[in-house]
Design a protein around this ligand. Structure first.
Ligand code: AMP
Length: 397
């Protein structure tokens, strides 16, 4: 019998899972899958480590399974799948740890209550992240659960990087830059020294480019600045999020367009970014394949804003040793990587076109002063590692 750790990443309409088993001291992914369309047309699929489907189910159009039904189905499915493994703990991705949590934490009713207070800070993610935690606490109170936060990795940012130039009372009340995608950056920082010792110890900007996109400045593997802020809508344009915007635009929308907070939230989070600019799609692959000039404009704006933010983070670091690409676009799009490297030539980046087309891992020439790498992220493994560590510490205590 060996221990298994279940990792859950719950969103508004889907729950993704990964089951890890301890094997010779390492964590091996033995199954993964998701339930999508929780409130419209739920569909479950699970695959084993070889990628073979080991579970599939569709509930049909118009069925509202909700988080509760999805967790119940997952519990039943995993109960039959675990075989030789004992479920030791569940690790959850939780977007916001607020001021209280700068490291993963074992969840109990009190912790859950604190986490629920951060819902207004991440209204589109936090309530859904917490839903399965609450359900499992009710049904399986003896099962250890650990919350791992997207904000925690950025707790090493210096005070100056966390401040808005607002009156101090707002900062003290928690209105500050937190940063997100921390589990992804933490994973990349953990494997980077294995690729490039200089990058691991030096000044590196990691580009997490996916549906959500941000950049993070690492100094010696620690986050010192990032493009996301108080919320995950700040920084770069994303699939449907606008990124940085003049706050005066929001005042204009309220005063002149009569838009309330909910309407502005919808605009900024769901109707902007690549989708809003192109009017075609939020999906980078579709935009790159299109010859519509609106698609080209959206891609050009994405690259232009990365160019500017990269300069800003290199300035915050006081130099640059390496540039790293990760997540859906960063790992898979040679065209976007080529554009970013071209724009960063002034910083000393010289891409190797053949290595870039091949997907790396190193995509810069041997002569390039700044090394460029493709490093696939693995947020789920990071959560599993944290969960195992928290549980092991408890067992020792
Ligand atoms: P993620 O949120 O990390 O899953 O990333 C999703 C984004 O990656 C979407 O915009 C996809 O279109 C994009 N993506 C995935 N594969 C490719 C590819 N081969 N070329 C361009 N974009 C891609």
């Amino acid at each position: 019998m060996s221990d298994a750790i279940l990792v859950l990443n719950a969103g508004s309409s889907s729950i993704k899972f990964l089951l890890y088993a301890e094997q010779d001291g390492a964590l091996e992914a033995v199954a993964r899958g998701q339930i999508e369309g929780l409130h419209t047309a739920p569909r479950f699929v699970a695959r084993d480590r070889a990628g073979n489907a080991v579970g599939e189910k569709s509930w049909g159009e118009g069925v509202n399974l909700g988080h509760e039904g999805a967790v119940a189905h997952l519990a039943e499915f995993l109960g039959g799948l675990r075989g030789d493994h004992t479920l030791a703990a569940v690790g959850h991705r939780v977007v916001h740890g607020g001021l209280e949590y700068s490291a993963p934490v074992r969840i109990d009713e009190d912790v859950l209550e604190v986490l629920a207070r951060f819902i207004p800070l991440a209204p589109l993610h936090q309530p859904h992240n917490l839903a399965p935690i609450r359900l499992l606490l009710g049904r399986r109170p003896e099962l250890p659960q650990v919350a791992c936060f997207d904000t925690a990795f950025h707790s090493t940012n210096p005070d100056i990087a966390r401040r808005f130039a607002l009156p101090r009372e707002f900062h003290d009340a928690g209105v500050r830059r937190y940063g997100f995608h921390g589990l992804s950056y933490e994973y990349v920082a953990s494997v980077l020294p294995g690729h490039d010792a200089r990058a691991g110890a030096g000044k590196t900007v990691v580009c997490h480019l996916g549906n959500g996109s941000s950049l993070c400045a690492l100094d010696g593997g620690k986050s010192v600045a990032s493009t996301m802020g108080f919320t995950a809508v700040e920084g770069l344009p994303m699939g449907t999020r606008c990124g940085a915007i003049d706050p005066g635009v929001l005042l204009y929308l309220m005063d002149e367009r009569g838009m309330n907070a909910r309407a502005i939230e919808k605009l900024l989070y769901s109707q902007s970014g690549l989708l809003g600019v192109s009017g075609i799609s939020s999906d980078m692959r579709r935009l790159l394949a299109s010859d519509d000039p609106r698609a080209k404009l959206a891609v050009d704006l994405f690259l232009y804003r990365i160019r500017r933010e990269l300069g800003s983070l290199a300035a915050a670091l006081g130099g640059l040793d390496a540039l790293v690409f990760t997540a859906g676009i960063g790992e898979n799009s040679a065209a976007i990587r080529a554009g970013i490297c071209r724009d960063a030539a002034w910083l000393g980046v010289q891409a190797d076109p053949a290595a870039n087309e091949k997907g790396g891992p190193r995509i810069s020439t041997p002569a390039s002063r700044v090394a460029a790498w493709v490093v696939p992220t693995n947020e789920e493994l990071m959560i599993a590692r944290h969960t195992r560590r928290v549980i092991a510490m408890e067992r020792r205590a």
